[in-house]
Structure formats: structure tokens, C-alpha cells
Ligand binder design. Structure first.
Ligand code: MF3
Ligand code: CO
Ligand code: CO
Length: 247
């Protein structure tokens, strides 16, 4: 969506803060021995306490309140019987809504004792996010976002999972425009004032090629290499962009 009224920004700030806080709080429960289904229940309760709802179950029939993807799983992991192990790289990706306004964010959690490569990979996803964020202003070509992300990721010797993109958000989970994490020559369009969208580098330590897991939801690396994912919902302004989902 594109924000036209201050009231819309207030509503987005409210759900953005709920998503950001819920992720940070949930991260403190990501410990060896915990099942991902338990994290999902905790997350559902946190949202309920805030008067918010998870969007993926309503919109896509996703079987969980939050996507939890571990190690070689990149996105759309289904919470279930998996038990968190020492050294896991866990991605928590939460999309939630309140009063019809939607925010989307994802963080990486490295479970103690963390693997050095996993820590570097997660930091790289964040760095790539920051590089792309620095480009955000009205008139910036969407193409430049992808260029900023991929050049940072490649500089650190990792790969963008090119099949997976950022997107407009705000009233629905996935809105126009698509925001690739690489300089796709087919990408047209520019950022405009008030646009609400996600920047979300999804990267791998291997080739970056993606495939569906057997559950039909989870997307993982073909070569089973580790992945990281960092995402915020961003608003374009004439000054600094607003990070709606930052705490
Ligand atoms: N949070 C995801 C994204 O960043 C969307 C999840 S929708 C689901 O685009 F249904 F696939 F879970
Ligand atoms: Co997301
Ligand atoms: Co997203």
C-alpha cells in the first residue's frame, strides 16, 4: 500500500511494533529441547494478548501462526515436532495484522553454541538489509534495492536465493511491487513516497538454488547449505525511511 493519511501510518506503527516485539520475545524461547510447535503456540498467544492475528493462516491456510525455518530451510517452515538443537540457525518470520493493517518481519536466531559460519551468514543478511535500506528514497529504482543486496551478499562470499523476493505490504501480506534481492533487468518501477514494502534478503552459504520440501510449504536449499533471512517492513519518506517492525 501507499500511505495517504497519518491515521494509516499510526495503524501500521501499531502492528509493526507488535510484530517486532513478538519476534524479539519469541527469540528468547529458542533453546535446545524446545519444539517449534511450542514456539508457535507462544507466538499465537503473544499476538492474541496484543489484539493482533497471524495473517498466513487466514490468507494462505498456512498451518501455523509463524513460519519457523531451521538451517537449510529458508522460508515457510511449518512449526511442528522438530526439536531445536544446539548450533541451529533458526529463522522466525512473522506476518500479523490488526484492524486490517499488516506488518511482516523476520530475524535469525543462532542457538548456543552457535556455528561461526551461521553467525557470519546471519550478519551478512542484516548487512545486506542495511545496504539496501540506505538506498531507500522516493525515486530510487526498485532495481537498486536488489543490486545493493546482492553485491553485499556476494562480497561476503554468499549467495542470494534469487527465487525469493521482498514485496509490497500493509493491507495484505503480498502486494505490488515485487522487490527482488538481485539486480533483475526485468525490474521496473521506482519507490514512491508513502510506499510500504519489505526488504528481506534470503541468502545461502551455497549456490542459493531453492526447492520445496516434502511438506509442500517449506522452501530449502537444493544443496542443503545453511540459509539466513532478515526482514523489516519499511515506509518510504522524503527523509529517513521508517522501519515499522524495528523495536
Ligand atoms: N512472511 C512471509 C514473507 O515474508 C509470508 C508468509 S505467508 C505464508 O513473505 F503463508 F507462506 F506463510
Ligand atoms: Co516475512
Ligand atoms: Co515478506
Amino acid at each position: 500500500m501507499s500511505i495517504k493519511h497519518p491515521g494509516e501510518l499510526e495503524q501500521l506503527k501499531t502492528i509493526g511494533a507488535i510484530v517486532g516485539r513478538s519476534l524479539e520475545k519469541l527469540a528468547t524461547y529458542v533453546k535446545p529441547g524446545v519444539r517449534t510447535a511450542e514456539l508457535d503456540s507462544l507466538c499465537a498467544r503473544m499476538l492474541e494478548d496484543e489484539g493482533a492475528q497471524p495473517s498466513p493462516p487466514r490468507v494462505y491456510n498456512f498451518p501455523g501462526a509463524i513460519c519457523i525455518s531451521v538451517n537449510d530451510e529458508a522460508i515457510h517452515g511449518i512449526p511442528g515436532d522438530y526439536v531445536i538443537q544446539p548450533g541451529d540457525l533458526v529463522k522466525l518470520d512473522l506476518t500479523a495484522e490488526k484492524n486490517g493493517f499488516v506488518a511482516d518481519a523476520a530475524i535469525n536466531v543462532n542457538v548456543f553454541p552457535s556455528r561461526p559460519e551461521a553467525v557470519t551468514l546471519a550478519a551478512c543478511a542484516e548487512n545486506a538489509f542495511r545496504k539496501a535500506l540506505a538506498e531507500v528514497r522516493p525515486g530510487c529504482r526498485i532495481y537498486e534495492i536488489g543490486r545493493a543486496v546482492e553485491s553485499e551478499v556476494n562480497r561476503q562470499g554468499f549467495s542470494v536465493m534469487r527465487a525469493l523476493c521482498g514485496h509490497g505490504v500493509g493491507r495484505a501480506i503480498h502486494e505490488e511491487p515485487q522487490v527482488p534481492n538481485y539486480p533483475d533487468p526485468r525490474t521496473r518501477g521506482t519507490l514512491t513516497e508513502g510506499l510500504v514494502f519489505t526488504i528481506e534478503p534470503i541468502i545461502s552459504a551455497g549456490s542459493g538454488e531453492a526447492e520445496f520440501g516434502s511438506d509442500g510449504w517449506t522452501i530449502r536449499t537444493v544443496d542443503r547449505s545453511l540459509t539466513a533471512h532478515y526482514e523489516h517492513t519499511v515506509v518510504v519518506t522524503h527523509n529517513e525511511p521508517i522501519l515499522l517492525t524495528a523495536c
